[in-house]
Design a protein. Structure first.
Length: 306
């Protein structure tokens, strides 16, 4: 997606990077002429630093602190020009108070994932053992949104008329008996649309499709010794990023288009799509959980504290 009404001329320089104040909305990243607009909200942070990586590299190539004039209200927004965005991963450092009684968990030593990221790297293949030496397992990537929805809209089927099939993306077509070319994926569900129509289904309810960490459970099966997975996916890492491990291919962020194609084809065939979303907990868990995103960006904003 390209932002239209924005001055595309840089006003600041940091090392080899040309910068200017960006647009506060939408949050996340947006492609603009010759650059990328980065926007992140935090009402309690004192400062914000954009951390850029080459894809898959453990060490950052740059850390750019947002100048004061690049903060609009509680939003830090900046355009970085001439980025090779297809090969960039990014995160943020947030500096602010760290006080358990006050509900603030800022730690400038943590690199945090953008909660509005549409592509999250690090889990491209379901069940592939991660590099445990890398403390930042989840990195945001920049999406190029040129998908043609063809004027697609929700079908707005009245609830009383819905015949709903609840399914888990991986389980629905994982077994060879499904007969699909891409088992356990968004593409696999798309292949089974004729089957769903034959059943008379006019709505499907998808269990969590957002990025989550199947390795968050470190306990083994007591009988077999095999590692237990977080299979259901109710501990969300990022609410705006389709799970890469549910895609036939997650190269170049194709899980996004694969999911969109699934939704569009279901609508074309008269099948509504309902998403099962749980907002009352995330992969960060309780106060003893890891820093991934929300906690370190603005704990009091993203979580209801008691």
């Amino acid at each position: 997606m390209i932002l239209e009404r924005i001055d595309i001329h840089p006003t600041h320089t940091y090392k080899n990077f040309q910068l200017r104040c960006g647009k506060p909305f939408p949050f996340g990243t947006t492609l603009v002429p010759n650059g990328v607009n980065f926007s992140i909200y935090s009402s309690h942070a004192n400062s914000c630093t954009l951390v850029l990586f080459n894809k898959h590299d453990p060490e950052p190539i740059a850390e750019i602190t947002f100048p004061d004039e690049f903060q609009i209200g509680d939003v830090y927004c900046m355009v970085v020009f001439d980025l090779d965005y297809e090969n960039i991963e990014y995160g943020y450092r947030m500096e602010g108070p760290n006080s358990f009684p006050a509900g603030h968990w800022f730690d400038k030593n943590k690199i945090l994932m953008d909660p509005y990221a549409k592509i999250i790297g690090g889990r491209d293949i379901w069940g592939k053992t991660p590099d445990w030496n890398n403390i930042y397992q989840h990195r945001a990537r920049i999406a190029f949104d040129d998908f043609d929805w063809e004027n697609d809209r929700p079908l707005e089927i009245p609830p009383e008329d819905m015949i709903i099939y609840e399914m888990h993306v991986r389980s629905f077509t994982r077994h060879p008996s499904s007969g699909v070319k891409h088992p356990g994926t968004f593409a696999g569900i798309r292949e089974k649309i004729p089957y769903l129509k034959e059943l008379g289904v006019n709505a499907i309810e998808l269990m969590p499709v957002f990025e989550f960490d199947e390795f968050e459970n470190s306990r083994p099966n007591a009988e077999t010794g095999e590692m237990l997975y977080n299979y259901w996916g109710y501990s969300t890492v990022g609410f705006f990023a389709p799970k890469a491990g549910y895609a036939a291919t997650a190269k170049f962020g194709m899980q996004v288009d694969e999911f969109k194609n699934l939704v569009k084809e279901l609508h074309k065939n008269g099948i509504e799509v309902i998403l099962d979303v749980v907002f009352n907990h995330t992969a960060e868990g309780n106060e003893r959980g890891p820093y991934i995103s929300f906690r370190g960006i603005d704990n009091k904003t993203y979580y209801m504290l008691t």
